[in-house]
Design a protein. Structure first.
Length: 121
């Protein structure tokens, strides 16, 4: 499952980049979040954990294992997944997001995915 979710993370971040380049800012936020979410799932599976896939549960397991216990990812990344989800919810279910917010979403997701993929090699 680790490889499957890693591949989905890469696919979704590329989709987010394409969406941004084509001015689809809400889609950018959606794909950026799911790219990061799939990367965190790959990280969790890399530890041999087979979690129930619920968004808050995954965030808690990821935080506990990669920030709190093992401290292998810098703490400045701790809130990114939750922030990505909040903005994705705004993009999908509320007023939508701006180009500026979409660009920030994309950058944050790219950074988080990059560090996760380095950690789980």
């Amino acid at each position: 499952m680790k490889e499957s979710f890693k591949n989905r993370a890469i696919e979704n971040i590329k989709a987010a980049e394409l969406a941004f380049d084509n001015n689809f800012f809400n889609a950018t936020a959606n794909r950026a979040y799911f790219a990061a979410f799939h990367a965190t799932l790959a990280a969790i599976y890399s530890l041999g954990i087979e979690p129930k896939i619920e968004h808050r549960t995954i965030q808690t397991i990821f935080s506990d294992n990669f920030f709190n216990r093992r401290k292998v990812i810098p703490s400045k990344y701790k809130r990114i997944l939750g922030d990505l989800q909040d903005k994705r919810n705004t993009a999908d279910y509320k007023a939508g997001i701006s180009k500026k917010v979409a660009k920030e979403q994309l950058k944050n997701a790219q950074e988080l995915i990059e560090i996760i993929l380095k950690v789980i090699k």
